[in-house]
Design a protein around this ligand. Structure first.
Ligand code: EPS
Length: 387
């Protein structure tokens, strides 16, 4: 069975949903496996008024019995607490009571214009509701389940913010370990460099006062990843490509790097690769990790390291030039309540994306309909690798 998920739900509709299919039966889950990440996703300096309304918590509607998966599709619902404010008119599911004015001023950078043209909509609302990054709450729920599965085999996933707008960490550390991430969620922007964090907060504040928005760069690391996930046999099986798709599929993500990434274009071959060593105690090992844990599209046991860039949020409080699609006359773009910066939240979403790709590759490699069958296959592989 292939492990997959699908989300549903509109930003100001009744709820968001994630349906995860292909989970082995017998996996133990707790509400906190999902809710802890949902809460982390809501944090970060620079978020707007909506986060004061929402208190994201999952309600499981199928696929679990007594806290264990039963092999059927797992359906998770996250209610939108803002829904009652939209239910009567703008996002009424059925015919609204009164007239609802269409929104006709597309925001540059948003899905608005391309979506309106593609879906023959004279109104932005149905496009923006699904394009909204509110949907990432459902992805984080699916990622929480994937993380619980990976944790069983020792894998942990962490993230941190490297840049927000003009402000960047003083030194990028290639050798960050799991313990270095302790407390990262306690900071205002999930940055490991406290001085840079202060500068980032100041930049968000200044840009907010100037009615502007900011993007940034974050990194996700997965520690103690099983080797041999993904495959060099075909392009679509390479894990680099699958991670790229998952990360670029997150709203506002415009670039992804694996390991040393774009820096590799500057280095000669002698400095770009990770030399191979072997010892009795450590087996095969490397002293560097420029590959970011991937060679030939396969994990090789070093930490997985991916970075991504998020563009600034396209709902600008001081809107950019646009065109009224009803009249074709120049107008300023539509504006509504939004965030100034959501990079710290995007890093949590990216953890979920990475977790799901790794969990999918794990299930693909080791198979099994129950968690005991999966455990046994992983154990056999581990003993085989030790020989
Ligand atoms: C978003 C606009 C804002 C954000 C939203 C994403 O929502 P609203 O228009 O209701 O103020 O808060 O993000 C979330 C609600 C969330 O949970 O992340 C957008 O247009 O993408």
């Amino acid at each position: 069975m292939v492990l997959t998920y699908r989300t549903a739900g509109e930003s100001h509709g009744p709820a968001l949903f994630a349906v995860v299919e292909g989970l082995p039966a017998g996996l133990l889950l707790t509400p906190d496996d999902i809710d802890a990440d949902l809460a982390r996703r809501q944090l970060g300096y620079g978020r707007g008024g909506r986060m004061k309304i929402e208190k994201d918590r999952v309600q499981v509607k199928s696929g679990l019995r007594h806290g264990r998966t039963i092999g059927s599709p797992l359906t998770m619902e996250i209610p939108n607490l803002d829904w009652p404010n939209w239910a009567e008119d703008r996002m009424a599911v059925w015919e609204p009571k009164g007239d609802v004015e269409p929104i006709t001023l597309p925001r540059p950078g948003h899905a608005d214009l391309a979506g309106m043209l593609k879906y023959d909509s004279g109104d932005l609302r149905p496009i923006l509701e699904r394009a909204s990054a509110r949907e990432t709450a459902a992805r984080v729920a699916a990622g929480g389940v994937a993380k619980a599965l990976l944790r069983r085999y020792g894998t942990s996933i962490r993230s941190h913010v490297i840049r927000i707008g003009p402000e960047v960490v003083a030194h990028e550390r290639a050798d960050l370990e799991l313990s270095d991430f302790e407390g990262v969620d306690d900071g205002p922007v999930r940055c490991l460099d406290p001085d840079a964090a202060q500068r980032m907060v100041a930049a968000i504040k200044a840009h907010g006062q100037d009615h502007d928005t900011l993007g940034g760069v974050f990194e996700v690391r997965a520690f103690d990843v099983l080797p041999g996930l993904g495959s060099h046999q075909s392009g679509d099986l390479r894990l680099d490509g699958r991670l790229g798709q998952a990360l670029l599929g997150i709203q506002a993500i415009k670039g992804v790097e694996m390991g040393a990434g774009f820096e590799l274009g500057r280095l000669p071959g002698s400095q770009a690769h990770d030399e191979i060593f072997h010892s009795e105690e450590r087996g095969y090992h490397r002293r560097t990790n420029r590959s970011g844990g991937l060679e030939g599209g396969m994990t090789h046991g070093m930490p997985l390291v991916v970075r991504a860039v998020m563009k600034p949020i396209s709902t600008l409080p001081r809107p950019l030039a646009s065109v009224d699609v009803a009249t074709k006359q120049p107008r300023k773009a539509f504006k509504e309540r939004s965030d100034i910066c959501a990079v710290p939240a995007a890093a949590v979403v990216a953890e979920a994306a990475v977790a799901f790709v790794l969990a999918q590759a794990l299930v693909e490699k080791f198979g099994g309909d129950s968690i005991d069958q999966l455990d046994a296959a992983v154990e056999r592989f581990r003993s085989h690798m030790e020989q």
